[in-house]
Ligand binder design. Structure first.
Ligand SMILES: [Fe+2]
Ligand SMILES: [Fe+2]
Length: 159
């Protein structure tokens, strides 16, 4: 079977208005927008899946959808009850959209160990790894954004 490009595997998701709304969240991992985070995790998951001969479609879609949420619901006591954390919202959204169970499993387990369910497939481990690697990139990018904001509001900019 021909391996498609990352964008081909997630083409329908890129057109989804609710997923586009992820661009509005600007404080993901400090100062990143959530869409960029999801896109990067999906892309790295896709590349890792190709490298390790895993299912590139599942890895791309699960990576891209793993943080499909728009803020925490007040009744969800995340970190007090980890099973109520954000991955539950992403899981519901992806499930309602009709994603394959293997995609849903990778979304469900991407927050291990706090999510208390161990990834059990290659694709789920790939998404877990990609999310943690991109998390570090997000912090680096956020630091650059913070510095830029500081410089633009510094004494030179005010004079
Ligand atoms: Fe997450
Ligand atoms: Fe994430």
């Amino acid at each position: 079977m021909r391996i498609k490009s990352y964008e081909e595997y997630i083409a329908d998701l890129l057109d989804h208005p609710d997923i586009q709304r992820l661009r509005e969240t600007r404080n993901h991992h400090w100062k990143r927008d959530r869409f960029s985070h999801c896109y990067a995790v999906g892309k790295l998951s896709y590349r890792l899946a190709v490298f390790f001969h895993a299912n590139a479609n599942i890895a791309a879609r699960a990576g891209f959808l793993h943080d499909w949420y728009h803020g925490h619901m007040p009744e969800r006591r995340h970190f007090v009850n980890a099973d109520q954390h954000h991955f539950r919202i992403s899981l519901q959204a992806a499930s309602a959209y009709g994603e394959h169970p293997t995609v849903l499993h990778a979304i469900r387990t991407h927050f291990w160990p706090w999510g208390r369910m161990l990834p059990k497939t290659r694709e789920a481990w790939i998404v877990w790894s990609a999310d943690n690697l991109i998390w570090a990139v997000d912090l680096w990018q956020s630091a650059k954004i913070a510095l830029r904001q500081r410089w633009s509001t510094g004494p030179a900019a005010q004079s």
